[in-house]
Write a protein that binds this ligand. Sequence first.
Ligand code: ANZ
Ligand code: ZN
Length: 803
Amino acid sequence: SFTYNHKEIEKKWRDNWDKNPVNVETEDKPKYYCLDMFPYPSGSGLHVGHWRGYVLSDVWSRYKLLQGYYVLHPMGWDAFGLPAENYAITQGVHPAIATAENVENFKRQLKEISAIYDWDKEINTTDPNYYKWTQWIFVKMFKEGLAYEKEMPINWCPDCKTGLANEEVVNGECERCGSDVTKKNLRQWMLKITAYAERLLTDLDQLDWPEKVKKMQSDWIGKSFGAEIDFDVDNNEEKIKVFTTRPDTLFGATFMVLAPEHHLVNKIATDDQKESVEDYVFKASLKSSVDRMQDKEKTGVFTGSYAINPLNGEKLPIWISDYVLADYGTGAIMCVPAHDERDFDFAKKFELKITQVIAKEEDDVNKELKEAYTEDGIMINSGVFDGMKASKAKEAIINYLEEHEIGTKTTNYKLRDWVFSRQRYWGEPIPIVHCDKCGAVPVPEEELPVKLPNVKSYQPTGTGESPLAAIEEWVNTTCPTCGQNAKRETNTMPQWAGSSWYFLRYVDVHNDKELVSKEKAKEWLPVDMYVGGIEHAVLHLLYARFYTKFLYDIGVVDFAEPFKRLFNQGMICKNGAKMSKSKGNVVSPDELVNDYGCDSLRLYELFVGPPELDSEWDDRGIDGVYRFINRFWNLVIDSKDKNVQPTKEMEKIRHKMIYEITNRLNNVNLNTVISGFMEYTNKLNDIAKQEGGIDKETIEKVITLIAPFAPHIAEELWEITGHTDSVFNTSWPEYDEEKMKDDSVEMPVQVNGKVKATITIGLEEDKDSVLQKAREAIENKLEGKSIVKEIYVPNKIINLVVK
Ligand code: ANZ
Ligand code: ZN
């Protein structure tokens, strides 16, 4: 007898798939690459929130399999980074050992999902055979001038004791530990991602990505048009160059502000003002850039000097204030309080002049502004430009400035170069040797990898040097160019380094000659479908695009975008908060798999809500899914030996079901796929009651449809219904729209043009029979009159004319 026993069935098929994999390469199969964002193997293991994305990508992979593809669905470990290192510090366990243990545990837990991962292609970013290529890319970037050293004030996390990239600072806090980020002046390795700003922006157009993510990236790149304008300084040789997106407001500039770090601050501050200026500069150096921009209350100091407005000769007091950032535009601005909110606040606070130069209507002048007027309008108080539309005047004023050599048209990007060095142990050593004579020299490519040595103390030094600096025998080396004594770079790479190109390595993991061979890259890349959380919108996803473009430029790959289609799954929440160990609201999959089975949990992960949205987890919900699976099982088992002949109704349901499931699946509306299965199982059950079962073909199709979602039960039922090979060897069912049509329709019957009754007729029913039904339906509404004419247009009109 056949009872649904998830434990037996799931174990049986897992063993079976190990022996006879379902995803096999043959010459004629097209290739499909479905990728999960690889996990950081943390010590706390997987919870049901992690399952969501992995189930989703596995359903997609198995769907592609059934569509006839050979699918690459790999898994690996993004294993460098702070948590392993912090664990080493508190527990004294080497990060490599802790990482290996965590990977083992993660892998065991991942296997519970029964995803078709190709474990032969597993990668680990901390494996020297892997990071050899991470270092190789750095060396190539160095040789192309894209990796460079710079002493600069960078974001510094006082708790992690390391520098951070701008992308890692979220609302002024360290993306990892939540501490307030400060500034520190340090020698840094930088990657020139800004050289790719324009391409990173325009190529977004080609991508089948959520609009939200594209917008986040384009906002982060932050392209704006405007002008750079030179201002003379009264009684001083220096000129101040500003960047403005609003040259049309130039007549309304009433003061200037320099960033406290601006190189002219010292030269411009008058003797009277020097002391307060220096004091302010020092205080500003301690604040992070996010705080500086978000601080409500404006602060600043007058330098004592004046600039000259190049258009009207007005004297503009020059101030310094930390709301102007040193590393954006030119680090100096012309201030137009009438039309810029920040300048307005500043002018109000320090009682500076406000001159309106754009008005909604031409006569709407000389009223005191309550707030900055930031919209388009008509130019006023602007000499020859008066009366023009401001948006037109922008162009006209730029032209004027260019003609008189006071300014130039410019484009600016918010994107900054990437601060790439970390003062920590557990990362890829930056493959550079410092030589007194030759400067920074890259380690020769054939000598890579530069292996991470063992240290005794992982403790970050806090001095801005990494713990590697203390290992003399490692640090001291010879210069690859001149052979003299030299020192190794002791900074390591950020965790993003290994994840910026890993998707390329999966397709050719064992290649020790190249990062990836041309043939393999051509066969598999770029990634067809990429599944992961939205939190990576401007970090990993931007870096990966940058790396790919670079590798394209140096001829390693022949495509410039890594991920064709992106799907961001929402988070699983419990009690309103994102599921995470730190929130104490974690649900482990282990017990659920034990009680209900992997298939039920897979279905419930998808049923819990629209996959792109955050969804609230409710343990009780899986019970309903489990009952559905049992109904589904019984439907098939009860019908399988009945040899029921297909009725029209069964066929219609079958085609409709295939159509709807396929459509919903293509749109990744997976929760509605699951509800669709429930709905159709009920319909088929109703029919089975009437007809004594459902026909063989319908049984086959419904098993195939559910196979990507609940693969174990599908295989078992496939076998029970007499098949000797895997259900995944069949192909995704097709539908016939003709057969989906209802075979009867409701038709209104008109009498002298007014609807008097409705009849049900078959689609193919002949004219005589239709009219016969129509006459019967109105028989008792004739009021003694008789039919003189019958009009019938099939499927459109039945009209009986009576007198
Ligand atoms: C005059 C002006 C008048 C401005 C006006 C705006 C409105 P986006 O679009 O973000 O590029 N700005 C320029 N450099 C700056 C810096 N280093 N720190 C802070 N602010 C800076 O904005 C560019 C505008 O931001 C520039 O245009 C400048 O103010 C300011 F009605 O110039 B504007
Ligand atoms: Zn040298």
